[in-house]
Design a protein around this ligand. Sequence first.
Ligand code: HEC
Length: 714
Amino acid sequence: MPRILIALVLVAVTACSKQQPNTEPVTEVPSAAAAVDAARLLAAGDDWANWLSYGRTYSEQRYSPLKQVNADSVDKMGLAWSFDFNTERGIEATSLVIDGVMYTTGSWSIVHALDARTGEHLWTYDPEVDREKIKHGCCDAVNRGVAAWKGQIFVGVFDGRLVALDAATGEVNWSVATVDTELPYTITGAPRVIDGKVLIGNGGAEYGVRGFISAYDVDSGEVIWRFYTVPGNPELGFENDAMKMAAETWNGKWWELGGGGGTVWDAMAYDPELDLMYIGVGNGTPWNREIRSPGGGDNLFLSSIVALRPDTGEYVWHYQTTPGETWDYTATQHIILADMEIDGKTRKVLMQAPKNGFFYVVDRATGELISANNYTNVTWATHIDMETGRPVEAEGARYIDSPFVVTPSYLGGHNWHPMSFSPDTGLVYIPVLDFPAAYGQPEDFLYRPGTANTGVSGVVGSLPDSQAERDAMRPLMKGRLLAWDPRTQSEAWRVEHNGPWNGGTLATAGNLVFQGTADGKFAAFTADTGERLWDFATQTGVVAAPMTYEIDGEQYVSVAAGWGGAYALVFGEYVQAESMPNVSRVLTFKLGADGQLPDVDWQPNVVFSPPPRTATAEAEEAGFALYQDTCMGCHGLNAVSGLLIPDLRGSGLIHDADSWDKVVREGILASRGMASFADHLDREQSESIRAYIIREAHRGKEVQEARASVSAAR
Ligand code: HEC
């Protein structure tokens, strides 16, 4: 069967084994692995050499005081070593480095420990996630990293487990299910540890879950507290007063539609002085509030920043960025804490650029909104009213009577890709994306547990039918590195990129900002002006955020490269135009190194050889609707895949109804991540999807031929 060949460079090359190993002993390394405790985490900002937790410090600034690599020296930086993950799915981790050892994660929540100086492999822990579970993941088999505490490494596993590993060996100390594993919960975020408690949330909102975050005892794995972000069925009573208060902002029977959503799938931060931790809360299930909470309501704590007591999980305050969210506007995006002078006073602030397109500066002691302004083009609201702290919505933005083109859309003006803050420049470096989408009311809505329930028609519905219109959309999908001044709520500078889905950022005292890009570059810019000083061809799109550390007086800059995530899966139409393969590796750089990567051999074009169209137009159309509902999230919008997963238009299986059905309904490829859809589709429906794919294969073939003749004529 013809299959897309994503030629893999699977040889575990450390590209620069040529690199001279440094023979000096690592100095001052505590004898125990991952010797991280409360005192060390609290002082992480002054620990220049290490990167002890996800955002480097509890304030999650992703700023390093290291400056050996700086605006003057960065052009001498080259590849010191690389480590191949041996997987072909998205890579989103920020690595930790603790006393010379790097702990990082690849796809499928696989943890690796490496010698941070050489890239030498120390151990790997594979939680052996059942690949079928991917059907509950909106956005690829990704993981954003680990947490460390007193000789243990903690990882949140895709299927909902939280696992404690012996940092020296990678052996499992304990493992607990943090979720009801019957439900479509997933974990992709990095745990954090505060004073002997491991904190972990989860994802899966549109698939039908009720969001929460829990704290586990580092030693025993016992749950200490759990905070739900949305109320349950009021008849069963409320867990606490916060839930009682939240329930007053809901209507209808949201608990029967999968539990309301509001998952805590990424951001956390902690202020030890105030003894407050902050979490970012996600979107509703379904996205459309008309369906979720008929009659309206703010629907707390969806799309909110919530402050909790880390000891007990007790609610302290919240700030809701998008009351009554109806656009998939999560507020799970990166939260940064900083102290800054505003109107002559030093304020303890919290900053967030959530999906909805506004940048918020909030007083983190009280939750009071200090300022807000849009950091990108916004069509759903005109501004944030500073009296009420609420957005002033644009007329029609709720798409109740007619469709509305919403910017930002469900991918957000900024997604999970971490931003960074430099206390030197006072700027926040945001990976911004532009991505408009038309939202409409569906004619009817049937809640289907375990599948993506948006309750919005058209939204991830379709690309325009005509190729010319599709091509015209491409320039609308843009991405940039934006330097934002949070005090003045205005742009300092920007660098436009080719495509929207770029990497997280790192700021350093060397007047540098580092970022990887969708088009396969890892680049350094001056932090004050955004001048591009250096880049390296990564052979793959980079979406994760870089980090930096020092060993024996040498500064290293490292990034986990590997194209993937929601945009990479769904927007094949645009991704294929840029054609980046997934080559998943840790790439680590330092001054004076000149390592090379082996060549990548991959075939970016889909090979079309469809059978004749024999089905009725009705069957093809029915197949289209089913495809967009059930298959699009992995195989790509309008049957054009992002090539991480086979483009069905090029599959040999479209020639044979029985073989097709064996994959689609009997699940013979389930162990490879292609679950059975027998629960959702009968044979006739699976056949109509095949008919639709055949139609699209013919269309794709024509487009490919037309493009080839245009380029031949040039
Ligand atoms: C959660 C992700 C996901 C969803 C949703 C999904 N697939 Fe797949 N599918 C995969 C993966 C991963 C593979 C590749 C498996 C492998 O490596 O062999 C695949 C492979 C296939 C193949 C085999 C292609 C080939 O030539 O090898 C077919 C056919 C297929 N899928 C059809 C469908 C249809 C039809 C739907 C919707 C009803 C669907 N898939 C939904 C992940 C998904």
